[in-house]
Design a protein. Sequence first.
Length: 60
Amino acid sequence: MNLHDYDIMEESRNEGLAQGAREAKIQTAKNMLKMKLGSIEQIAQVSGLSIKEVEELDKK
């Protein structure tokens, strides 16, 4: 393997970590919505999602 291959692997790893973190935020918001734990604004603040994203999840 050369340096370029390692860079590609590192980029893929970072993308996977970012995807997992995003999925965790979405799951947190969904759980809070389901349990009616707070307002849309509070859920957005706790989950790290935007108010618009939480509103979209609330519609589902």
